[in-house]
Design a binder for this molecule. Structure first.
Ligand code: NAP
Ligand code: ZN
Ligand code: ZN
Length: 347
């Protein structure tokens, strides 16, 4: 076992604070790497505060992890010491069910293992995430990272990037499509960049008037302020697709009304409380309400390679580890431009 330093929440109501734990020794198929940067996802906050229930404390969040390999097991083929490496939201799955065989490990029939708060099949405890100084994972769940892009800005691709890339690819969004993105945060800003790079006409739907200029700089062609009922109404029937990345309860019907005939609204945001919808808002116009969860390992690597080729990264604010509790408060206030990333040297 290797002594590891991290930051953990001890309960839903305590701020994150320094925490020491142990990681397993490097097994024959394992890669161990020093974590250089870890992105801060709103899911980290939901879990640290037990907003979805089911958090096992203490919890070390973090699933947008990049770093440099220090050690590999005897059977590891993809990595050697000194390589860049990444870990996203998953560190294991059964690898045998139909979904795993299709590269949809996030939908493993036998339960995939989350990078944190997951049942660790090897240690028997719960997994600890990337707010820590190093990690050990099976090479099948470790991603290759290009050295062409700034590493701190690559980290958020491991969750915010793949979570928006995957539905855009699944629904084949591109040229000729009108796409709206709801919520300009970590996921939202990646959805704008990726949808624009796939050739779609992108509209940003935000509650923050101050984000309009940024939305356009990130690639949005249009911007609407969702607090203004007049602006919402003007968008009735406009979009082929809507990517909803909102983290808190909101009215889905407002957005379903903006779908064109046969349009699809895809929820990636995961508010902790349910929302009501009227079936009528789907029936008229044969609309669909769908969801999407991160992405499997092959698609995550495809996304990282696509971003390296097209020079797409996250817009980040690099923070020190001890700023994390303040960062959570700013995230709740919608004050993120557009992803906090922890510089792990500061741990
Ligand atoms: P984030 O950076 O905090 O961004 C969320 C954005 O939503 C905010 O910046 C804000 O944008 C908007 N918003 C917040 N509260 C709102 C409200 N009450 N009404 C309307 N808009 C509101 O969060 P994130 O990291 O992008 O994550 C977003 C959600 O996706 C979280 O629930 C997270 O758990 C979930 N998530 C899901 C997956 C998946 O696989 N499906 C993966 C990762 C994260 P504006 O200021 O522009 O309005
Ligand atoms: Zn995430
Ligand atoms: Zn499986």
């Amino acid at each position: 076992m290797t002594a590891t330093k991290g930051y953990a929440a001890q309960s839903a109501t305590t701020p994150l604070a320094p925490f020491s734990f142990e990681r397993r020794d490097v097994g024959p198929h394992d890669v161990q790497f020093d974590i250089l940067y870890c992105g801060v996802c709103h899911s980290d906050l939901h879990v640290a505060r037990n907003e979805w229930n089911g958090t096992n404390f203490p919890v070390v969040p973090g699933h947008e992890i990049v770093g440099r390999v220090t050690k590999v097991g005897a059977h590891v083929k993809k990595f050697k010491a000194g390589d860049l490496a990444g870990v996203g939201c998953l560190v294991d799955s059964c690898r045998d069910c139909d979904n795993c065989k299709k590269g949809l490990e996030q939908f493993c029939r036998n339960g995939s293992t989350g990078t944190y708060n997951g049942k660790d099949k090897i240690s028997g405890g719960f997994t600890y995430g990337g707010y820590s100084n190093h990690i050990v994972a099976d090479e099948s769940f470790v991603l290759k990272i290009s050295d062409k892009l700034p590493l701190e800005a690559v980290a958020p691709l491991l969750c915010a990037g793949i979570t928006t890339y995957s539905p855009l690819r699944h629904w084949k969004v591109g040229k000729g499509h009108k796409v709206a993105v709801v919520g300009l945060g970590g996921l939202g800003h990646m959805a704008v960049k990726l949808a624009a790079s796939f050739g779609a006409e992108v509209t940003m739907l935000s509650t923050s008037a101050s984000k309009e200029e940024d939305a356009r700089r990130l690639g949005a062609h249009h911007f609407a302020l969702t607090k203004d009922p007049g602006q919402l109404k003007a968008l009735t029937g406009k979009f082929d697709f809507i990517i909803d990345s909102v983290s808190a309860a909101h009215n889905y019907t407002d957005y379903l009304n903006m779908l064109n005939t046969d349009g699809v609204m895809i929820c990636v945001g995961a508010p902790p409380t349910p929302s009501q919808i009227m079936a009528f808002s789907l029936i008229g116009g044969r609309k669909s309400l769908a969801g999407s969860l991160i992405g499997g390992l092959p698609e995550t690597q495809e996304m990282l390679d696509y971003c390296a080729e097209h020079n797409i990264v996250s817009d980040v604010e690099v923070i020190s580890m001890d700023y994390i509790n303040e960062a959570y408060e700013r995230m709740l206030a919608g004050d993120v431009k557009y992803r906090f990333v922890i510089d792990m040297k500061t741990l």
